[in-house]
Design a protein around this ligand. Structure first.
Ligand SMILES: Nc1ncnc2c1ncn2[C@@H]1O[C@H](COP(=O)(O)OP(=O)(O)OP(=O)(O)O)[C@@H](O)[C@H]1O
Ligand SMILES: [Mg+2]
Length: 395
């Protein structure tokens, strides 16, 4: 008999294997984090205030993620209720130089950062003498350095402790079994992670890792393994004219330090003013008056956060409800069904699945079926962003 072909090994991913991932809003004190949280959550939970450290306990909000496909499905099915995909955002207190050693509100904040899966880093580039800057003046590059340094220092501290523990375990291990050898390998891997953040001065997520290394990094819950999106908070004037002296320097800093990370300019001041107008129509009118091609940035911010966490959605559609269900990419059909109800997973039979693109092309379910594109998928099917699913379960 020919040898059985080994199943291809799936590439492990950094981060928590969960469908409930969260973005944390991180930055120095008084840079506009809570104000951003408020406008993005359309509420005033975040306690925006013009003094540093206004936020102490993190606040959480579920923010609808804009999606044209969802709107189109709602138009088609005209359901009684509609539930879009959400991105969970958390407003975290300001982080200061020295936080990793307990300065400012120090370690508590870093543990809040540890509990989120991705980071919206708010960087202040607006000048306003009325708004105090904890470091004395506006300088986004210095601010980004401070945050980056604190997160790395905290990781170094954490990895050093893990290394000590792993060394102890390896010393007491024998030499023969696979388990023993694994314990020794762990030490080498943790040393490699330490070298990355300490000697090479790189965020963990910017280096290449194999699956075993990724497992260990995930166990360590490292701060610099989380995806980061830089949100540059501008004055309304600079945002509208798309010009600010810091923007090119910020871009350069990102290219040098964390190449590939996304930069999104926005203006809390503008977004607050738009929100206060009270209706999407009034917002659109106001934006038009500001010039051609001026749009708010909140939709883009939410979408980017969702994408950075590697999230996607599938839909369930019918006359009662059109709903988006969020999953982390790579999920198999039974687990995807389990997001709706644990029974759907436990008693999974199959999924009847069509893609959004096919439905859009053929116009209705019957036509998709007639074209043979409404297909039964079994337990090994990997969900695709935009799938429309109907789950079949046993008794
Ligand atoms: N683009 C902007 N232009 C002018 N003022 C702004 C802008 N963005 C934020 N502010 C002002 O800066 C002040 C601080 O904002 P906010 O409370 O949101 O900061 P924070 O980052 O949450 O601070 P903390 O770390 O203390 O919680 C507020 O008075 C807010 O209105
Ligand atoms: Mg705040």
């Amino acid at each position: 008999m020919p040898p059985k072909k080994a199943a291809p090994v799936e590439k492990a991913k950094l981060g928590r294997p969960s469908n409930n991932l969260k973005m944390g809003i991180v930055g120095l004190p008084n840079v506009g984090k809570s104000s951003l949280f408020n406008v993005i959550a359309k509420c005033d939970l975040g306690k925006a205030a013009n003094f540093p450290y206004a936020t102490i306990e993190p606040e959480e909000a579920r923010v609808p993620v804009p999606d044209e496909r969802f709107n189109w499905l709602v138009d088609l099915y005209k359901p009684k209720s509609q539930i879009p995909a959400f991105l969970t955002c958390i407003d975290i207190a300001g982080l200061t130089a020295g936080a990793s050693t307990g300065a400012g509100l120090g370690n508590a904040f870093l543990s809040n950062v540890r509990s989120v899966d991705g980071i919206f880093q708010v960087v202040r580039a607006f000048d306003d003498s009325e708004v105090i800057h904890v470091e004395g003046d506006v300088n986004p590059i210095r601010d980004m350095e401070i945050i980056s340094t604190e997160l790395r220092l905290k990781d170094i501290d954490w990895v050093e402790k893990a290394l000590d523990a792993a060394k102890k375990i390896a010393r007491s291990a024998g030499n023969n079994s696979l388990e023993d050898r694994k314990k020794k390998e762990d030490v080498a891997i943790i040393e490699k992670i330490l070298k990355c953040v300490q000697e090479d001065n790189r965020d963990v997520r910017k280096a290449e890792w194999n699956n075993r290394e990724i497992d260990i990094i995930n166990d360590l819950k490292l701060l610099t393994a989380k995806p980061v999106i830089y949100l540059v908070n501008l004055s309304e004037r600079d945002y509208v004219r798309k010009k600010n002296k810091w923007l090119p320097k910020i871009k350069e800093w990102i290219d040098q330090n964390n190449p590939g990370d996304q930069l999104i300019p926005f203006s809390v001041a503008l977004e607050e003013r738009l929100l206060a107008l009270g209706s999407p129509e009034a917002e659109a009118e106001e934006l038009k008056s500001l010039g051609p091609n001026v749009t708010g940035a909140l939709g883009k911010i939410t979408k980017s956060g969702y994408d950075s966490l590697d999230l996607a959605r599938y839909f369930t559609c019918g006359p009662d409800e059109v709903r988006a269900w969020t999953f982390r990419k790579g999920l198999k059909a039974p687990e995807a069904a389990g997001i709706i109800h644990t029974d759907f997973q436990a008693k999974f039979v199959c999924g009847e699945i069509m893609s959004y693109d096919d439905l859009k092309e053929y116009g209705n379910e019957a036509a998709v079926k007639a074209a043979g594109k409404y297909v039964q998928k079994g337990k090994t099917y990997e969900m695709v962003d935009g799938d429309i699913a109907y789950w079949k379960c046993g008794a």
